[in-house]
Write a protein that binds this ligand. Structure first.
Ligand SMILES: [Zn+2]
Length: 291
C-alpha cells in the first residue's frame, strides 16, 4: 500500500506531464475500479486544463480549469506510467515494483504536453472521482482527515491533543488517519524507531495531565517529519535518475532501519529487530531501545 512519500513521488513525477496541460482525451477502459466511474467521468475531463496537481494525505488532487477536482487514489497496486517520446517512467516504482501487464491499463490521459499518462491497477483498489472544488469540504474521502504531517499545522501540541486520553497503542494512533494523515505501516514503524518509542506504548503518554505535549510527543513529531522528508527526498532523486525507477534496485528499501528487518541487528543499539502482529499488521521494532 503506497504511503505518503510514494504518493508525493508519484505527484512529482506526474507534474511535468500534466500540470498546466490540457487533457486532450481521457479514456476509461472499463466501467469501474474500486468504485464505478461516474457516468460523466470522461466528459468532465476532456478538454480541461490541469491547473494544479496537489496531494492530500494519500490522494492526488488535480484541479481542472472547469472548477472540478479529479481525485485519484492508488489503492494497493495502482501506478501511473508516463509515456513520452523520450521513453516511459513509472514514478514511485522504487517503493513497490509495479505491474507491467497492459491489460491492467484502466485509464489513459492524452495530454497536450504530448505525454500519455496511463493508470494501471491489477487489483483495482484504486479509484478516481470528480467533484466541484467548491464542494471539497463535503468530499467523504477527505472529510475528517487529520493534519498533513509535513504541513505547518502538525506539531507536538497537535499530536498530543489528538492522543490525549487515548488508551490505544501509539502504533494504532499513528495509523489512524484522523490523528495524522498519510502514514502507513512502514513509516509508523520507522518513526517510532527513530523516536525510540515502543509501538506498544499508550498513545495517551504523548500528553501530560494538562493535555500538553510530553518530550515523547516532541521527539515523535520530529521523527515523523524526518522519515517522511528523507523518503520524499529519495523519491525525488529516483525521478531525476530514471535508471532507479526500474524497481529492481529497491534502494530505498535498504534505508529502512527496522521495517522488514526481523532478526537483523538494530542499527542503533546492536539489539535485534523483532516483529510481532499488532492490530493485524506486522510491527517491526527494537525492544531494547524503543521504550
Ligand atoms: Zn535498538
Amino acid at each position: 500500500m503506497p504511503e505518503l512519500p510514494e504518493v508525493e513521488t508519484v505527484r512529482l513525477g506526474l507534474q511535468p506531464a500534466m500540470e498546466g496541460f490540457r487533457i486532450e482525451r481521457a479514456t476509461a477502459n472499463r466501467g469501474d475500479l474500486r468504485f464505478p466511474f461516474q457516468a460523466d467521468f470522461v466528459a468532465r475531463l476532456n478538454g480541461q486544463t490541469i491547473t494544479g496537481l496537489g496531494r492530500r494525505a494519500k490522494y492526488l488532487l488535480a484541479d481542472l480549469s472547469s472548477g472540478d477536482v479529479l481525485l485519484m487514489h492508488l489503492g494497493m497496486s495502482g501506478s501511473f506510467r508516463v509515456v513520452t517520446e523520450a521513453g516511459a517512467a513509472t514514478p514511485g516504482e522504487f517503493h513497490h515494483p509495479r505491474s507491467e501487464d497492459r491489460t491492467h491499463d484502466h485509464v489513459v490521459f492524452e495530454m497536450s504536453s504530448g505525454a500519455r499518462v496511463i493508470f494501471n491497477d491489477p487489483r483495482r483498489f484504486g479509484f478516481m472521482k470528480i467533484f466541484p472544488r467548491a464542494a471539497i469540504d463535503d468530499e467523504p474521502h477527505l472529510k475528517g482527515l487529520g493534519p498533513e504531517p509535513l504541513g505547518n499545522a502538525f506539531d507536538a501540541a497537535m499530536l498530543a491533543q489528538a492522543c490525549a486520553g487515548k488508551s490505544t497503542s501509539l502504533k494504532a494512533a499513528l495509523l489512524d488517519q484522523r490523528v495524522v494523515a498519510g502514514l502507513g505501516n512502514i513509516y509508523v514503524c520507522e518513526a517510532l524507531f527513530r523516536a525510540h518509542l515502543s509501538p506498544k506504548r499508550k498513545a495517551s503518554t504523548l500528553a501530560n495531565r494538562k493535555g500538553e505535549p510530553t518530550d515523547h510527543a516532541v521527539r515523535l513529531t520530529e521523527a515523523i517529519r524526518e522519515v517522511l522528508g528523507e523518503a520524499i527526498k529519495a523519491g525525488g532523486s529516483s525521478l531525476r535518475d530514471h535508471r532507479q525507477t526500474s524497481g529492481e534496485l529497491g534502494y530505498f528499501q535498504h534505508s529502512f532501519k527496522v521495517y522488514d528487518r526481523e532478526g537483523e541487528p538494530c542499527p542503533s543499539c546492536g539489539g535485534t529487530v523483532q516483529r510481532f502482529v499488532q492490530n493485524g499488521r506486522s510491527t517491526f521494532w527494537c525492544p531494547k531501545c524503543q521504550k
